[in-house]
Design a protein around this ligand. Structure first.
Ligand SMILES: [Zn+2]
Length: 323
């Protein structure tokens, strides 16, 4: 299995800004922890690191591609999706869910579009085949398995199309391995899905059959060194915790839940996720029936315990609840 390193291939600073959700590096500046100074990418080398982003506090790397000017790029763990061209995982996810649904609910008239695995379609028309489609009672349902190549535009278009047809949609993200609980940076598409489904995404791992693992992205903090000035001398005084703007801690539900029994249809009106540029259309969601398993005030608690941090209010894409 080939996995494309997320930050080392030839991606432009603009792509990085949009995907990560922070444009603070576009001016070429980052913070050098070593020099304790704001530095420009054209005047330093990677030996001047480590560097962090002034806008979001994430680790950044210094890049010097041969064809564009030197710049900084965000650098953080991302979820282990399958980025290979063949996308074996996409195929496995689709077929495994399909056969498990057929077994569990044979009257669902399930279909599975395996052709798209071989023949990638350029158009994205409304009459396209869903990855998996069927019925639960009178409720038409499609399950779309997120593939690495899908962009936000397609996500929005498909969600809008199915909703307009009265079809309920479940977006599933297949992973090659368990995400674990270490900090990570949600991808753009994960951020949108997390907002869409009221603060969780649905991950799937090989062997889960027709079940998924709902996962919430909890806020996280970074230890930032600070100094005090006594009698004109600066002294290292330890660390304080600063909430990350875009880094999260995976907070998975206690176990997997079955797509048929653990969900119900839910109408959601159009909205613009916080900090994003494109609104989500009205959506007819196949939504789990769980109570939130995280502390709904986790973010405000975190912020209130670090009141000295400036500009951290509103840095959130989690607060999309309509309770
Ligand atoms: Zn940043």
């Amino acid at each position: 299995m080939s996995r494309r390193p997320e930050n080392s291939d030839e991606r432009s600073p603009k792509w990085d800004a949009r995907e990560v959700g922070c444009s603070a590096l576009l001016n070429g500046y980052a913070w050098s922890l070593q020099h304790r100074a704001r530095v420009h990418a054209t005047s330093v080398d990677k030996d001047d690191g480590p560097f962090v982003c002034i806008g979001c506090n994430m680790d950044v790397i210094h890049r010097r591609p041969y064809h564009i000017r030197r710049h900084f790029a965000h650098h953080a763990r991302v979820s282990p999706i399958d980025t290979s061209r063949e996308s074996w995982l996409h195929h496995r996810c689709k077929t495994e869910i399909f056969y498990a649904l057929q077994d569990a609910h044979p009257r669902g008239n399930w279909i599975c579009d395996t052709r798209r695995v071989i023949r990638r379609r350029k158009d994205d028309k409304i009459n396209r085949q869903p990855d998996i489609g069927g019925r639960i009672g009178r409720q038409p349902l499609v399950i779309e398995v997120q593939r690495s190549s899908i962009g936000i535009r397609q996500l929005l278009a498909r969600t809008a199309d199915y909703t307009a047809m009265g079809i309920t949609i479940l977006w599933v993200i297949p992973l090659t391995e368990d995400l674990g609980t270490d900090l990570f940076r949600p991808r753009l598409i994960e951020r949108y899905l997390h907002s869409l489904y009221y603060g969780r995404v649905y991950y799937w791992l090989p062997g889960m059959g027709a079940s998924v693992l709902p996962t919430h992205f909890s806020p996280a903090v970074r230890a930032v060194p600070f100094r005090t000035n006594e009698d004109g001398h600066w002294n290292d005084a330890g660390f304080y915790n600063k909430p990350y703007k875009l880094i999260r801690r995976p907070n998975a539900y206690g176990g997997t839940i079955p797509i048929i029994f653990g969900f119900s249809p839910h109408e959601r009106s159009a909205f613009l996720p916080w900090g994003e540029t494109q609104p989500l259309p009205p959506a007819r969601l196949w939504q789990d029936t769980l109570f939130p398993w995280w502390d709904k005030h986790e973010r405000s608690k975190l912020l209130s315990s670090y009141p000295e941090v400036e500009g951290s209010d509103g840095d959130d894409f989690d607060d999309q609840f309509d309770d």
